[in-house]
Design a protein around this ligand. Structure first.
Ligand code: PRP
Length: 175
């Protein structure tokens, strides 16, 4: 693996993810449908939901905006849709990172059309300095600076999703 700087180590992530799970449990006494956004959210989703003490269902949806590039193409594509109807359900969209906000805005619009009872958003990482559309996640694990981050589900060209920590891979940024 190229030179990288660990920004968030395993213990820091574990503690914050557990905090988020507890908060979600308090805020959603009737349970919810967690919608994980693939691929990036799969590690966070798994850890987050194990800290939620409620009736939770899991749905998955897949989008792609980056391809193998380090910069967003600006165009979000839906690769895989939900299996179940979310009408009148409490829905929590779970993301690994909100960067330009295009993916989250796209998904909020898509899912709102399906008339959920409520629709909230939770992201492990938020990079507000890169925002291009006006979206604000309801639950944020960590705010991160404008550096290319990998690990704990996040990739560069398909790699590094398995790292147990979040690292900055600055030389990957094609400025
Ligand atoms: C990443 C990440 C988010 C999105 C955030 O997904 O998982 O879904 O980009 O970027 P944005 O706020 O600029 O839209 P990506 O499209 O790279 O797919 P992946 O999750 O399969 O890696």
């Amino acid at each position: 693996m190229p030179d990288h700087e660990i920004l968030l180590d395993e213990a820091t992530i574990r503690k914050r993810v557990a905090d988020l799970g507890r908060q979600l449990s308090v805020d959603h006494p009737d349970g919810f449908v967690a919608v994980g956004v693939l691929k990036g959210s799969f590690v966070f989703l798994a850890d987050l939901l194990r800290g939620v003490d409620l009736d939770v269902e899991v749905e998955l949806i897949a989008t792609m905006s980056y391809g193998d590039d380090t910069r967003s193409s600006g165009h979000v594509r839906l690769l895989m849709d939900l299996q179940r109807n979310i009408r009148d359900r409490h829905v929590l969209l779970v993301e690994d990172i909100v960067d330009t906000g295009r993916t989250l805005a796209y998904l909020l619009k898509l899912l709102e059309q399906r008339s959920p009872a409520t629709l909230k958003t939770c992201t492990l990482l938020d990079k507000p300095s890169r925002r291009e559309v006006d979206v604000a996640p309801d639950y944020v694990g960590f705010e991160v600076p404008d550096r290319f981050v990998v690990g704990y589900g996040l990739d560069h060209a398909g790699l590094y999703r398995n790292l147990p920590y979040i690292a900055a891979l600055d030389e990957a940024v094609d400025a």
